[in-house]
Design a protein around this ligand. Structure first.
Ligand code: GUN
Length: 291
């Protein structure tokens, strides 16, 4: 069993990005600048956004955090987005999800200039991705492709089961892995909450991407020997024995699945750090495209 080490791989990626930033500066070009909008005080979202800002510092980007209160109106948020759309110094920006219930997420994502949409959530980028045209790939699926590629996990002709059909992970993952591309050329099945014969499907899978958001859902009896496991889940579970008061659990029951796997991502330290590294990569790309 080989651990797909996202912490190590993302550190390597950050070194590569840092070098690219130095090169841009040497050529007298602008420093990449990422902005993030956070609405409200959700603990996990605050942690993720802070990690994104810290990653910017590490690779030599400029960053701006726009921290808005929970009660921010949709109109005010749309105004902030328009300011970022028209601010020439900002190369890319993200609106951290989920948003408070009174805000229409679809409307907000549609308002982002597709050229600055480094999350790849705007319909223009989703459409371009689907048609194999150059686009910003959503960071989590992009990070998974990068991990599979760097660890030389064979995907061509393999049976992949993606559990979960979210717009952020499951759906784009299934599209990308079925395309003719590195870490692609796979035969992909998308399973979800209405799937009737899930265990039958997972038992046949060469690669399973678990992205359904139910902690420790995928267990050892559901996978075949030699499977590759990508665990996208990250849920806080109350645990008084921990200093933070919680522990992080993936969608995979690691203890029973790992012994049967050829490759597996840990949680934490697997997909999570890759997501942040790929956001940096997209921001670099957005900056380079402009110059
Ligand atoms: N919430 C969970 N994942 C993501 C992500 O990749 N981007 C944004 N903006 N919000 C998220």
């Amino acid at each position: 069993m080989i651990l797909l080490d996202g912490k190590k791989t993302s550190a390597e990626l950050k070194v590569e990005i840092t070098e690219a930033v130095k090169e841009l500066k040497k050529q007298g070009k602008k420093t990449p600048h990422l902005a993030a909008i956070l609405v409200g005080t959700d603990g996990a979202s605050m942690t993720y956004v802070n990690a994104k800002v810290k990653a910017c510092e590490m690779v030599g980007f400029n960053s701006t955090l726009i921290d808005l209160p929970e009660e921010t109106s949709e109109e005010k948020l749309l105004q902030e987005i328009e300011n970022l759309n028209t601010n020439n110094d900002i190369d890319g920006f993200i609106v951290q999800l989920p948003l408070p219930k009174h805000i229409d997420e679809q409307k907000v994502l549609m308002a982002v200039n597709p050229d600055k949409d480094v999350d790849g959530f705007h319909p223009t980028n989703v459409g371009r991705m689907t048609l194999d045209l150059p686009s910003f790939l959503p960071a989590t699926p992009y990070g998974i492709l990068e991990l599979l590629e760097r660890y030389k996990v064979e995907t061509s002709g393999k049976q992949v089961v993606v559990i979960g059909r979210s717009h952020i992970v499951g759906r784009p993952m299934s599209i990308l892995m079925s395309q003719k591309r590195p870490a692609g050329d796979a035969t992909v099945t998308v399973a979800h909450s209405r799937t009737k014969n899930l265990k039958e499907l997972t038992l046949q899978a060469d690669i399973i991407v678990a992205a359904l958001g139910i902690p420790e859902f995928l267990t050892g009896d559901m996978v075949k020997d030699g499977v590759t496991i990508i665990d996208v889940g990250i849920t806080r579970i109350d645990d008084e024995t921990k200093k933070a008061g919680y522990r992080l659990a993936g969608d995979v029951h690691f203890e029973s699945v790992a012994p049967k796997s050829s490759f597996i991502t840990p949680v934490p330290g697997g997909v999570g750090p890759m997501t942040i590294a790929m956001l940096m990569k997209n921001t670099l790309l957005a900056c380079e495209r402009k110059s």
